[in-house]
Ligand binder design. Structure first.
Ligand code: ZN
Length: 271
């Protein structure tokens, strides 16, 4: 599943090719992804330019003069750009075509992605308005997590994976950050100390930044929902390593299901 670093990498990979260029057409070969694709997109974007492209959580937003497109890659979505005529294949659901012959094409085998259009402020859109702060933004830190978590009995791993608390901390990154911070994923969020949240927030930032910088060099496939992106896999310390040796203490890593997600930790190094 594309996580925040993959979405950020995707955005960085496509933005230079699409910004401030005249759109000549939007072509959809599918009525519905996760939800219906609005039928008025071509009419509203044709002849316009994308003035700004940015990420909010795992959403990509293209801001035009009078409307904005909101894109989510779902479980298996991919965006790519190319500048020669290539006939669409199966699962290649929509194209944005530009006047200099570049095309932005969306592919999604499982069709859980989203394409919506709004004439309002996109940050007020129903999908975006309740999202928590960006983990790489200024308002995310240990004090914020500490204050949000008081009296909460939910496991700290599920707490940091809740997009209303903070966006973009996917399963892989939650596992890795908790290991680096020495915090057991099952601990009640309300019982984690302020000092531990300071460490945890800095480890979340570290893990995400590292994944983005790795992803920035190559855009590889992330085909399987529970699979780590190939370029990041070799650096993972706990995710996907259940029953293997802990890199710190050599004891066997535990693997459990928490909120139905694979959760790996070291009983010895994390408390
Ligand atoms: Zn250990």
């Amino acid at each position: 599943m594309p996580e925040l670093p993959e979405v950020e990498t995707t955005l960085r990979g496509i933005e230079k090719k699409i910004l401030n260029k005249k759109i000549i057409s939007f072509v959809s070969r599918e009525k519905k992804l996760r939800w219906l694709i609005p039928t008025n997109i071509n009419k509203l974007v044709k002849g316009k330019k994308i003035n700004n492209a940015f990420r909010r959580g795992k959403y990509i937003i293209f801001q035009l003069d009078e409307c904005a497109l909101i894109i989510h890659l779902g479980m298996s979505g991919k965006l790519r750009v190319f500048n020669k005529k290539v006939s669409p294949k199966k699962h290649e659901h929509w194209d944005l075509n530009f006047s200099d012959n570049w095309t932005l094409r969306y592919t999604d085998i499982r069709k859980f992605g989203v394409l919506d259009l709004t004439k309002q402020n996109p940050l007020e859109h129903r999908l975006l308005k309740d999202l928590g702060p960006e983990p790489l933004g200024n308002s995310f830190n240990g004090l914020y997590l500490f204050e949000k978590s008081r009296k909460k009995s939910v496991a700290v791993k599920q707490f940091i994976m809740n997009a209303k608390i903070v966006v973009g901390v996917g399963n892989i990154y939650a596992n890795e950050a908790l290991f680096k911070a020495g915090i057991r994923p099952t601990r009640q969020a309300g019982k984690v100390t302020k000092n531990q949240y300071e460490i945890l927030s800095s480890k979340i930032i570290e893990v995400l930044k590292e994944a983005i910088s790795e992803g920035g060099t190559t855009l590889k496939d992330y085909s399987n929902a529970e699979e780590a992106p190939g370029y990041f896999k070799k650096k993972l310390e706990v995710y996907g390593r259940g029953k293997q040796e802990c890199f710190n203490c050599k004891k066997e890593l535990k693997e459990i299901r928490l909120g139905n997600r694979s959760t790996v930790y070291c009983n010895n190094c994390q408390s």
